[in-house]
Design a protein around this ligand. Structure first.
Ligand code: URA
Length: 238
């Protein structure tokens, strides 16, 4: 349980500086339980708080945990240079509360991307010690052969990596598609592993993280949703 003034609550939720939040409250743009509230110093319990800003309903969230179905041609970096950033697909409040991608997908990789403003969560999800499996579907230039699958399972040596890297699971899906499960998240790992095994990745999609499946989230490309506790619990479980 935690109590805060309305202006601080709005600030924490990404609606701008305290001064700006105080102003929009005074302007009658903020409602609680259907009533406009103009006192920015009103003290409220944050837990379970629902409010509206410019008529749009919001729920107080100490942190946000988001799954995005990333389209191609969006960058995960904080300062995107060649394509728009993934944050541009979310409400602008999320940038102001410092929501960021959990790890990175390449600009041309699509699929499941987690985003959050909870540093401990981001750190835990990104930690190599946790061995969280991530499932990718790769489209290949050359045909997927049993040798390719065997090589990826055995491990391939990548430049700058001291030891060979191997897929935990690798399944041929069709002549030019394979499913590959990795527990590390090295730079361009799938593409580099396929290149090291003599093929070339022409498209890449992440479909699962831990036990969380993109297909179960029902998100069209570019769409996002909040993850509830049960969905977050799946992230560590295979
Ligand atoms: N491996 C890659 O090569 N690219 C990604 O975006 C993710 C994994």
């Amino acid at each position: 349980m935690s109590k805060q003034t309305l202006e601080r609550i709005l600030q924490s939720q990404g609606f701008g500086t305290r001064k700006w939040c105080s102003q929009i409250i005074a302007d009658g743009e903020v409602g609680i339980n259907g009533e406009i509230v103009t006192d920015s110093r009103l003290i409220l319990e944050t837990s379970g708080l629902e409010f509206s800003v410019y008529g749009e309903p919001w729920q107080y969230r100490e942190h946000v945990y988001i799954a995005l179905n990333k389209p191609a041609d969006y960058e995960c970096s904080r300062k995107p240079s060649h394509h728009p950033g993934v944050l541009s697909l979310l409400p602008e409040q999320f940038s102001l509360r410092d929501v960021q991608p959990v790890g990175r997908l390449d600009h041309d990789t699509t699929g499941l991307l987690l985003m959050s403003d909870d540093g401990a969560f981001i750190h835990a999800q990104s930690s190599p010690k946790r061995h969280i499996p991530k499932v990718y579907v790769a489209t290949t230039h050359d045909a997927v052969t049993p040798q390719l699958v065997a090589q990826l399972l055995k491990g391939v040596k990548l430049h700058d990596e001291p030891a060979p890297l191997a897929a935990v699971v690798c399944n041929r899906l069709d002549e030019h598609q394979l499913e590959i499960v990795l527990e590390q998240g090295k730079y361009h790992q799938v593409k580099r592993m396929l290149a090291a095994a003599g093929n070339h990745c022409t498209a890449l999609r992440r479909t699962e993280i831990g036990g969380l499946k993109l297909a179960a989230l029902n998100l069209a490309e570019g769409e996002w949703r909040y993850l509830d506790e049960a969905q977050r619990a799946l992230l560590t479980a295979p």
